[in-house]
Write a protein that binds this ligand. Structure first.
Ligand SMILES: [Zn+2]
Ligand SMILES: [Zn+2]
Length: 348
């Protein structure tokens, strides 16, 4: 039997924490359960999941629909697109059967690359290798969630670039349905026509996406989120504070520079395994951030104290703590006269 390999290359960087990641997890489950109901797909479709943040890994190597079990998505700091492409190419090389004189191999793989931000590594070598060695024998659709991805890089990888600009639950649901329908169409195509023809973008626009014909003219925006990484001073585990850009009132062409608290998320050590070692120098002033949540790990009243090492930690009411990052003993003034300061942003 010739398999139809479908690769999902999924961005699990910090900015995806919370709602977007939950939707992605549910979306993958939805795609698999939809395809299981289709006899063509059930016979031919094999799925692989590659996740990438600061690091990239195949979290589900190529597997049939019946055996597929939805994995829990990791989260990390960074957007290592180059590394993700390397993992993808390695998976295609080792898991997809090539056609030889003796044997007909698998069908041409289809790749859905889903990202929400700009690469934090240098992907140019991997992009070049994709173009010369893989682009002719795999088809790729690149989808950006929001409008701050690097369109130039995506445009070098594939002609099929889509943007899901709106972020409502309903838009995401339509997007997932479109992906399922596209995979189903491919599996019927191989059965009827004996070949894959690449994914058709015909119905993408009616499914709420923008087909990006010209990557040069697509309006790329600044991120709408600020994500900060802290460590609990009690259990030393990491947490993320996610702030979303405040919506302007009325009609305005100027985006506000204020960010309101969207959530505080407790993480486990796996976060560091998925993060790149290098930290970005980009910082944000605390005056732009509204809202200080309690520590999502231990419940300490503030999750927003900063050490001399420039990192965040949580604090109880005594103001005494040992920095979980650099082990320095700290004494904070809890009288409220702290003022504003710069804090390093996450890598998105
Ligand atoms: Zn804590
Ligand atoms: Zn420190």
């Amino acid at each position: 039997m010739r398999r139809l390999p479908i690769f999902f290359v999924l961005d699990v960087s910090e900015s995806m924490i919370g709602e977007p990641l939950r939707r992605m997890e549910q979306g993958i489950e939805q795609i698999v359960s939809t395809l299981r109901q289709d006899p063509h797909s059930l016979e031919t479709v094999f799925i692989s999941l590659i996740a990438f943040a600061g690091k990239a890994k195949a979290i589900t190597p190529l597997i049939d629909l019946v055996s597929f079990y939805p994995p829990k998505m990791p989260v990390g700091g960074g957007t290592a697109l180059g590394e993700a492409l390397d993992v993808l190419m390695e998976q295609i090389e080792t898991k997809v059967e090539k056609t030889t004189y003796e044997k007909r191999g698998d069908w041409e793989p289809v790749v859905f690359l889903i990202t929400d931000g700009k690469p934090t590594d240098n992907p140019s070598k991997a992009v070049q290798r994709w173009r010369t060695e893989f682009a002719s024998r795999a088809s790729m659709v690149a989808i950006t969630l929001g409008t701050n991805a690097d369109m130039q890089v995506l445009g070098q990888l594939t002609e099929n670039v889509l943007a899901l600009e709106n972020s409502t639950e309903e838009d995401f649901r339509k997007f997932i349905e479109w992906v399922s329908a596209s995979v189903r169409a491919q599996s019927q195509k191989v059965e009827v026509e004996g070949k894959t023809g690449g994914v058709s973008l015909e119905k993408a626009e009616s499914s709420g996406m923008t087909v990006v014909d010209n990557v040069d003219t697509f309006a790329v925006t600044d991120p709408d989120f600020v994500v900060l990484t802290g460590k609990c001073s009690k259990n030393k585990k990491p947490y993320l504070l996610k702030y979303a850009r405040s919506k302007t009132d009325g009609i305005s062409f100027i985006k506000t520079q204020h960010f309101g608290l969207e959530g505080a998320f407790a993480l486990d050590e796996g976060y560091f395994e998925w993060s790149s070692e290098t930290t970005t120098q980009e910082s944000v002033n605390t005056s732009a951030l509204d809202g200080v949540p309690p520590c999502p790990q231990c419940g300490n009243p503030t999750s927003f104290a900063i050490c001399e090492c420039q990192r965040l930690l949580c604090l109880d009411s005594t103001g005494l703590a040992t920095c979980p990052w650099c082990s320095k003993s700290l004494q904070f003034d809890m009288s409220g006269g702290g003022g504003n300061f710069d804090v390093n942003r996450g890598q998105g």
